[in-house]
Design a protein around this ligand. Structure first.
Ligand SMILES: [Zn+2]
Length: 350
């Protein structure tokens, strides 16, 4: 059974390294490369273009402080310069196409559900181009068609920082996701344009207000590519029961995040975190809104993973653990790829 993952930051790693070939050949220090993906039963997933302020250093305006209640609060990152964001995004997009070109048929950048199904059937790794933050898109949307042509099929309007389209949720624990304003007028126009083109919209990293704005203005199923239930881990990045319900009502899905600080009830950045917490998330969301609205997100290459899942070759442990919790073959099939295929068929144009 092949798994599709809602989020990875492989392209950031390749951009930093300045070389895409290690992904295809194997890279010992990587959480995800093609050989490990095959070992772990990974059929493909969403490849994020996330633009850091500085490709090779820490973000100077991001500072995490401990709070009196034993949690943390990270200062909200400053907006990016759109021209810089566009340049890095185009470079990352180009690296994804280089992966396809040099994979000798082993990897394809996927733009339709038919193509995605073919890849899963024929053992071709399926890569879906996603932007985590819309900074590269002009506010008059004049380059959106061009990005669609380059393969863009999924978009998070914001990462956890403000941009011209909306406001990202500030990293904080414990905290409600209601940390600031939602979508701007340009953000609402972008939602409309993505609905028309058939670009999936991602709620992960939106503020609560941004989430409800998107729920109101988008006519597609709501999708969280890497988020968890707030009831089990009260991080500002996680979704409240009301939000989970709205996702179910829209026919969408929540792809569970493996980022340890978004799994643990103490919010600690500690890799000594049992996989049981991932299974708890799947179980909780499935009980609340149904297994047809649950998938796997992961955030490989973008966050600290639990020790037992330190790279994607161990991904099979997730399905095994869920089977032990009593999920049957049909349930697992939905979580692995079936729910993604349903949502994408409703969202993409073809
Ligand atoms: Zn993220």
């Amino acid at each position: 059974m092949k798994i599709l993952l809602g989020h990875n930051d492989v392209l950031l790693r390749l951009e930093r390294n300045g070389d895409h070939l290690p992904f295809l050949l194997g890279d010992e220090s990587a959480q995800v490369d093609l050989p490990k993906a095959r070992q772990g039963g990974l059929g493909g997933g969403f490849f994020a273009c996330w633009v850091p302020r500085d490709l090779h250093g820490p973000d100077p305006d991001e500072e995490t402080l401990a709070t009196d209640d034993g949690g943390y609060l990270t200062s909200l990152a400053d907006p990016l310069e759109p021209e810089y964001a566009c340049e890095i995004t185009l470079s990352m997009t180009n690296r994804l196409w280089q992966l396809e070109n040099d994979s000798m048929g082993g990897l394809a950048v996927v733009g339709s559900t038919e193509q995605l199904l073919t890849c899963l059937d024929e053992d071709v790794f399926a890569a879906i181009l996603h932007f985590e933050g819309a900074e590269a898109i002009d506010t008059d949307l004049s380059n959106l068609d061009e990005f669609y042509g380059l393969g863009l099929r999924s978009l998070g309007l914001v990462w956890s920082r403000p941009n011209l389209f909306g406001h990202g949720v500030q990293f904080a624990f414990p905290s409600s996701p209601d940390t600031g304003p939602g979508l701007t007028r340009a953000g609402r126009e972008l939602v409309k344009a993505c609905n028309q083109l058939g670009i999936m919209l991602d709620v992960s990293h939106l503020t609560a207000q941004g989430f409800w704005d998107l729920a109101r203005y988008s006519r597609h199923p709501l999708v969280a590519t890497h988020s968890n239930a707030h009831a089990l881990c009260p991080s500002s990045r996680n979704l409240t029961d009301d939000q989970l319900q709205a996702i179910a009502d829209s026919g969408g899905l929540v792809a569970v995040n493996f980022c340890v600080s978004d799994l643990r009830s103490d919010g600690e950045e500690d890799a000594d975190t049992p996989l049981e917490l991932i299974f708890d998330q799947v179980e909780y969301i499935a009980e609340l809104i149904g297994i047809e609205h649950v998938a796997i997100g992961s955030d490989f290459e973008g966050a600290l993973m639990p020790d037992e899942l330190s790279d994607v070759s161990d991904l099979g442990l997730v399905l095994e653990g869920l089977a032990e919790r009593g999920f049957d073959e049909d349930d697992l099939d939905r979580v692995a790829s079936g729910n993604w295929l349903r949502v994408l068929a409703e969202t993409w144009q073809d």
